[in-house]
Structures are given as structure tokens and as C-alpha cells.
Design a protein around this ligand. Structure first.
Ligand code: ASP
Ligand code: MG
Length: 445
């Protein structure tokens, strides 16, 4: 069971987590937890402040966040009981100050110090949650994930070394579960072979949870967050949007781009590869079923699962007679985007032109200027990408035709179909997007 930062944001959130864990205690859960909301950001900001030389400022900005931990601890843990969290917090304060001082003096490599500092978010949240669960009568025990997840030396975005991680997790957590305990571990944090603290990249707690689930051959990986899974479309557009019960991994991956609320495909891959179902659950509605992601969701012919969309999209078109029959043209175009570190989303090409969509237009003028050496460039803002996802697109003939005939009065600016057999994407003017989505939703759901 993985709980994200908002699920451990304050006293009320901790109470919800206690209820969820207690209600499933006999299923022998392992609990993975993110840092309390905003704590990772605060630690990163403190690190930057210290790096610039303002040590006192850096330490000062963490105090309110320590106070949030203390408030939770005080609320759940009676004063007289020995409290491992208080001890942990005292150590953490000293260690963080020491690390920030090193950062200000640059006495160790900065990337290494940064991971060491940022790891305290999960070190503290996991210790706090374990103590809180214990105070509620649950047999919880905190584990330091830096002794469980072994990674390479890529600080800030370390890659786990699977075999070593698997063996450690099986040994330590396996033994704890067999002893009737509920292991509680921080997500996101790990260590390299030398024992130096590393992190798995922002949002990496899901990744840790998936690794633990895979290593332990868990019956299910539950990702507890503040939404009830993935919806058939945006509920702000269609009031009859509903939660999708089952998605295949492929479908979930295609939908990931459309909302931060959807699982990142990379992070749940270890679980999916080991055949472990991944369930998105809502701490506010713990009895709702949520969305289940499976390696193979089973074909449901002529079904689409979700209509996702994104507004504020710009179309860029490059037309050039030079493109006809030549090689290397695409490569030259893509290099321009690489140079300006700009992500391209949808792409469609003809013999002498390329159309593509961009989400981030910060560098659009420079990009257009560079591209104009390759051909005529047009930039058109004000579009929306609409993406229809479902295994049904692969399984049934005529579904694409049905989709387009449903919206035959709408002008479609760009279509992309076939790269993935579960995704049909098209681009329309932003002001017609809501109408298109409602029509499709009505027809297909
Ligand atoms: N606390 C880390 C972050 O904010 C990891 C996570 O939340 O998954 O990125
Ligand atoms: Mg998070």
C-alpha cells in the first residue's frame, strides 16, 4: 500500500491512512509512504538556499515543516509513551544542518549532498507513520529504504539494481511480515552500493512501492491518492464521467501524459512485469473500487476506455519541397527541438510537410526561426489534443470510422493513429473540444 504526500499531509490525512491500513491488516500489507506534502519541495529549496551561502535562511525555512510532523506526532502519540519519532527528528535536525553546511561550503559533491538532504522527507514521514500506527495498536515497524533499495550512482535519478534490491527486500521485509509485523518504508529514497543516499527521481515513491511489490510477489499493489482512479473523461466536462474499472498497462501508459493524477508508466512497470495488479485508490473514498491496471486487461471488443484531452496546444507545421525523397530531414527538424529542450507530442507527416503539437511554447520563436531554414513554418495556437484510448481500437474494425462519424461536423486539424494500437489522437480547435468530448462520451459510454 503506497500513500502519496497528500495522503499524509496533516492529522486528518494520517487518520485516513490509519483506517485504511487497519481495515486491511489481515491481508499482511507493506506500507510505502512519500514525504508529507510540500516537504520534498521545501528540502530542495533549503538546499538551494544553503548552496547560495544563506545557511541560517535554509535551516529556518524547514522549521514550519518539522512543526507539521510534530503536530501529527503529538496528536496521535500520548505524551508518556517513548516516542522514536522525537529522537529521529532531533537527529534529523542536526544531520540536515550539517549537510546544508557542507552544501554552503561545497565540501562534498553537490549532487550527493542534495539527495542526502532531500531523503529526510521520507525518512521522517516513514518513522512518523510507523510510530502513529503503533500508537493505534498496529504492529508496525519502520524500515530504512536506503538499506533495501540498491541503485547505481546517478544521484537524483538513480536506477535500482533489481536482483540486489529483490534479495534485500525479501530477506528483511519478508521476515518482518512473517513475524506478523506491518513494515513501513519511505518511498523514493535508496542508496548506491557504497551506501551513499540516492533518490529515484521526483514522484519516485510509486517506483519504490512497485519494486517492493514485485520482490515480495504481492497479491496487489495499491496506490493510495486523492482521486478514485482514472475516469472515462474529465468530469468537469461530462457529469456522467465515471471511474474506469480496468485498464491494461498499455492503455494506462497512453493516458499518463494527460494528467499528473494518472500513474506514471515507468514507475509501476516492475509490478506489471511481475503480473501484479496495480490499483489506484482514493483515501477519501476508501470503499470505492478505483481503477485496476493489469499487464493484459483482456480485449473488450469495440470498447474504448477513456477520452482524454489537453488544452492550450500549439500546432507547428513545416512545409518543404526538400523533404520529398530525402533522408535526414526529420532528424534535422527534431534536432531543433532537442536544442531548445522542447517536448513534441503528436506528430503527423505527409510527403512534403510535418505537423506537430507542442504543449510548452516558451522557446517557440527561436524554434520557428531555426526551422525556417528547413522550410516554411506556420505556428497556430489555440488547439486541444483529444485522445481516445482503448484496446478495442485494436480489436475491432470500423471503430475509428465510428469515432469520426460521431463528430463529422467538426474540423479536425491533425490526426495520429497507428503508432499505438490502443490510441487514436486528433487535434481540434480549443473551443470545440468540450463539445467533441461530450458527443464521443455520449456515444461510447
Ligand atoms: N517525495 C518525493 C517527491 O515529492 C517522492 C514522491 O512523492 O513520490 O517527488
Ligand atoms: Mg508525491
Amino acid at each position: 500500500m503506497k500513500f502519496g504526500g497528500t495522503s499524509v499531509g496533516d492529522v486528518a490525512a494520517f487518520q485516513r491512512v490509519i483506517n485504511v491500513v487497519a481495515s486491511q491488516a489481515e491481508r499482511r500489507p507493506v506500507v510505502v509512504v512519500s514525504a508529507m506534502t510540500k516537504v520534498t519541495d521545501a528540502l530542495l529549496a533549503a538546499f538551494d538556499t544553503a548552496k547560495k551561502g544563506d545557511l541560517a535562511g535554509a535551516i529556518g525555512m524547514l522549521e514550519p515543516h518539522f512543526a507539521r510532523h510534530v503536530e501529527v506526532s503529538k496528536h496521535f502519540i500520548p505524551d508518556e509513551t517513548p516516542n522514536l519519532f522525537d529522537t529521529e527528528l532531533e537527529f534529523a535536525r542536526k544531520e540536515i544542518s550539517d549537510l546544508l553546511m557542507r552544501a554552503s561550503r561545497r565540501s562534498l559533491p553537490l549532487s550527493m549532498l542534495k539527495d542526502a538532504v532531500v531523503s529526510y522527507g521520507e525518512q521522517l514521514s516513514s518513522r512518523l507513520l510507523a510510530e502513529v500506527l503503533k500508537s493505534c495498536g498496529l504492529n508496525a515497524r519502520q524500515f530504512d529504504s536506503r538499506r533495501l533499495v540498491v541503485t547505481d550512482d546517478e544521484f537524483g535519478a538513480a536506477q535500482p539494481i533489481w536482483e540486489e534490491t529483490r534479495d534485500l527486500v525479501r530477506l528483511d521485509l519478508g521476515r518482518s511480515i512473517d513475524a506478523g509485523e506491518i513494515p513501513v518504508a519511505g518511498g523514493f529514497i535508496a542508496a548506491n552500493r557504497a551506501g551513499e543516499t540516492t533518490t529515484l527521481g521526483r514522484g519516485g515513491s510509486d517506483y519504490s512501492a512497485a519494486l517492493f511489490a514485485a520482490a515480495l510477489n504481492a497479491g496487489e499493489l495499491q496506490i493510495w491518492t486523492d482521486v478514485t482512479g482514472v475516469m472515462t473523461c474529465d468530469p468537469r466536462i461530462c457529469s456522467d464521467a465515471r471511474t474506469i474499472p480496468v485498464l491494461s498497462y498499455e492503455e494506462a501508459a497512453e493516458l499518463a501524459y494527460f494528467g499528473a493524477k494518472v500513474l506514471h508508466p515507468k514507475t509501476i512497470k516492475p509490478a506489471v512485469d511481475h503480473g501484479i495488479p496495480v490499483r489506484v485508490c482514493n483515501t477519501f473514498e476508501p470503499d470505492e473500487i478505483g481503477t485496476m491496471v493489469l499487464g493484459e486487461a483482456g480485449e473488450s471488443p469495440s470498447r474504448i476506455k477513456s477520452i482524454a484531452h489537453k488544452k492550450n496546444i500549439t500546432i507547428l507545421r513545416i512545409t518543404s519541397a526538400r523533404m520529398l525523397g530525402s533522408y535526414g530531414f526529420m532528424s534535422a527538424v527534431f534536432q531543433v527541438f532537442e536544442r531548445y529542450r522542447t517536448v513534441i507530442d503528436v506528430i503527423s507527416t505527409s510527403e512534403v510537410s510535418i505537423a506537430l503539437t507542442l504543449d510548452d511554447t516558451a522557446e517557440i520563436e527561436k524554434i520557428a526561426a531555426d526551422l525556417s531554414r528547413l522550410g516554411d513554418v506556420e505556428v497556430e495556437p489555440g488547439y486541444a489534443v483529444i485522445c481516445v484510448v482503448g484496446n478495442g481500437l485494436r480489436a475491432s474494425t470500423g471503430l475509428a470510422a465510428k469515432i469520426f462519424s460521431t463528430i463529422n461536423d467538426i474540423n479536425i486539424a491533425l490526426v495520429s493513429h497507428g503508432a499505438s494500437s490502443v490510441n487514436l489522437t486528433f487535434v481540434v480547435k480549443e473551443d470545440s473540444a468540450a463539445d467533441v468530448i461530450r458527443k464521443l462520451h455520449k456515444d461510447f459510454f
